[in-house]
Design a protein around this ligand. Structure first.
Ligand code: FES
Ligand code: FES
Length: 156
């Protein structure tokens, strides 16, 4: 069974016909060609697939695309403006928060959501907010440092 849905992704409206079981992550990646959001665990645990739905973080691997019908989705591709990196992206580059291509997109989207909600977070708030974004191989120190730098940059 298929259904036509309309998604506003990074400010652009798309109409797509999809099977009703299609996840939002698969719809973004395979129907719309937005491959920035990654599938890590596929079961809502790792945060690699994090996108914003009407500004709120969700794991797009466990969200059905039909539930996003008519809503605004922001992916990592939608953060830069006029070819200028979002302050979070720039800070991740400057402070060494960029790690692998699987976990980083989700880390960046979650960090943006954090700074939208709490513009000047403490380190404890950063660590608590980012608890759903896992890295299996390196560490979290540079990520926390990057988010702190992004917050400082936004205040400057
Ligand atoms: Fe969605 Fe891991 S891929 S939470
Ligand atoms: Fe991406 Fe560890 S999972 S650097």
């Amino acid at each position: 069974m298929t259904r036509v849905i309309r998604l506003i992704v990074n400010g652009t409206s798309h109409e797509v016909e999809i099977p009703t079981y299609r996840t939002l992550l698969d719809c973004l990646r395979y129907d719309l060609g937005l491959t920035g959001s990654k599938e890590g665990c596929g079961v809502g645990v790792c945060g690699a697939c994090t996108v914003l739905l009407d500004g709120k973080m969700i794991s797009s691997c466990i969200a059905l695309a039909v539930f996003a019908d008519g809503h605004a989705v922001t992916t990592v591709e939608g953060l830069a403006e006029d070819e200028r990196l979002h302050p979070v992206q720039q800070a991740f580059m400057d402070a060494g928060g960029f790690q692998c291509g699987i976990c980083t997109p989700g880390q960046v989207v979650s960090a943006k959501a954090l700074l939208d909600a709490i513009p000047n977070p403490s380190d404890a708030q950063i660590r608590e907010w980012m608890v759903g974004n896992l890295c299996r191989c390196t560490g979290y120190y540079k990520i926390v440092e990057s988010i702190r730098a992004a917050a400082e940059r936004s205040r400057a």
